[in-house]
Every structure is written in C-alpha cells, then in structure tokens.
Design a protein around this ligand. Structure first.
Ligand code: ZN
Ligand code: ZN
Length: 299
C-alpha cells in the first residue's frame, strides 16, 4: 500500500516548487480522520506552529483540493468541510441537521445507476455527490450522539470481507450441491475440488476478519458502509437454487461458469475503481481467486 508521502508525491503537480511549510500542513491534514472545517483546520495548524499564516493554510487547502489530495464537501447552509482521500474510499454522505454529524456510505447499486445514466447520455463525469439530509438515529431517539467519525478505511475493509465471505459461503454451498448431483465422475471430482478450495478460502477470509476486529473492538458494531443489493451475493445462491430444480452435468458446469465469471467481474471492476486501501486489496485478491475457479471449470 502507498505511504502517505508516496500518495502526495503521485498527486503533486509536475514542475511545482516544493515548500516545507506546505509539506508540514499536508502532513497534519492527512492525519485527520473525518471532515474538518477550514477554521478548525487553521486553529489546529496554528496550534502546532503559530508562525503559519491563515492565508498560507487556506492556500494549501485549495492546493490539496486541486491536486486531488483533499475533497471539499458541501454540507449545506454554506458549510464546507474538507476530508482527505488517502486510504479513504469515495463515498456518499448522510448529514444530520440536528447534531451536524455526517455519516459515510457507499452503494454499488447507486453507482451502477449513475454509470448507466452517464453512459446513456454520453456524459463524462468528474464527480458525483450524493448527500442525504435529515436526522440521525441517535438524535431521533434522544440519545446524546457520541462524536462518531468512522475509521472509514477499517470499516470499508470489514464490509469488503463480509461481502467476500458471503459470496464464498454461497459458492461453497453451490459446489457441494453440484458435486452431490453430478453423475459424471470427472465432473464430480472438479466440483469436489472447487468446494474444497472454497472451504479453504473461506477459513482464510474468516481468519482475516477476526484479525481486523482485534485491531478495533468496536469495529463489528459500526454501521454498514458498503451496501450491495444484488451484486455478487445473489449470484451463487441463484445458481444453487437452479441446481436443486434438477439439471444435467453440462448445465451444472455452465451455471458454475456463469457464477464464477459474474463474481470475478464484479469484484475486479468494483475493486479497481477504489483508492488504494485494504478494502481494495481484498476485492482484487478475491477477484483473482474467482478467476482461478473460472479457469478450472472451463478446462
Ligand atoms: Zn444527529
Ligand atoms: Zn466524507
């Protein structure tokens, strides 16, 4: 994974002058989790180094936005906040009008819809913003809201693992069923081999999930970040369902191929578009495993 310095260097405009002041401000900015207002940021920087002027700090914020290191988010009522893009996947916001907190989420279905619309209109998008305003569950229930800036990188990795585990489980179910109904001995042994592999991958993924939870005991209970409705989850369960309705060996192969191909494509396409992060790597590694299964089936 990229270090913070590499991340900034990749985005630094070519030929620009290096400045020690700016590097310092950027470094402090990248240490922030969540969304920070320009004024709060000025106070934070001047708390560390009072010689830095407000104008320099504002200029640096703008420089980071232009370079793609920072995102400027409009939270309504003319309130802007800044967040960095380092190991922080793109996302949409839920914004509570009562406590002013924002909550991040992402949905593959919303993204698919946006892609469909821009493709149909021949539009080249540079940014899509979705903000949902309202009242958060804590405010609705009169609970004092704890400041809940989510460690999005970890929550993203958690959700990516959950999705991969769910897909792996339904893959395992599919191949176990397929091995049981296939009459052709060669076909049966392929399905058995695949079900053995799914089992192994599943326990690797589960071990990784437990390891992630150890780093942050509250991680399990944090709200969902990634929403996937149809996506990859339904693929294998639909295939398994078709198996139980009775198919011949060849049909079982074809269903398996379709499931693996769909799953591989989904994880690869989705993973490739993310910023460098642990969640991204989970998606791409999983896509690779699904590709190996696909090749085994085709052979
Ligand atoms: Zn609230
Ligand atoms: Zn955000």
């Amino acid at each position: 994974m990229l270090s913070a310095t590499e991340f900034v260097d990749q985005r630094r405009p070519a030929g620009g002058r290096r400045s020690g002041k700016r590097d310092f401000i950027v470094k402090v900015f990248l240490r922030q989790e969540g969304h920070i207002a320009a004024d709060e940021f000025v106070d934070l920087i001047r708390g560390e180094d009072p010689r830095l002027s407000r104008a320099t700090i504002y200029r640096t914020l703008q420089w980071m936005v232009d370079a793609g290191i920072a995102r400027r988010v409009d939270f309504g009522n003319g309130r802007f906040r800044f967040e960095h893009a380092y190991r922080h996947p793109r996302h949409f916001h839920l914004i509570c009008k009562t406590c002013s907190q924002s909550f991040e989420f992402l949905s593959s279905d919303i993204e698919a819809l946006i892609e469909e619309v821009v493709a149909a209109r021949g539009f080249a998008p540079t940014q899509s913003v979705i903000q949902i305003y309202g009242t958060c569950s804590d405010c609705r229930e009169g609970r004092p809201a704890p400041p809940a800036e989510m460690p999005t990188d970890a929550v993203f990795a958690r959700d990516a693992l959950r999705i991969a585990i769910a897909t792996e489980r339904s893959g395992l179910e599919f191949y176990t069923k397929a091995a049981a109904i296939t009459r052709d001995p060669r076909g049966r042994s392929v399905f058995q081999k695949l079900s053995g592999e799914e089992k192994e991958h599943l326990s690797t993924l589960e071990a990784r999930y437990r390891k992630l939870l150890k780093r942050d005991p509250q991680l399990e209970s944090r709200p969902t970040f990634l929403f996937f409705k149809g996506a990859a989850n339904g693929l294998f369960s639909e295939g398994a369902e078709r198996l139980t309705r009775g198919v011949n060996d060849q049909q079982a192969y074809l269903i398996g191929i379709r499931c693996e191909r769909g799953s591989h494509r989904f994880f690869k396409r989705y993973g490739e578009r993310f910023e460098d992060s642990e969640g991204k790597r989970i998606f791409l590694e999983f896509a690779e495993e699904e590709r190996e299964h696909l090749e085994l089936l085709i052979r």
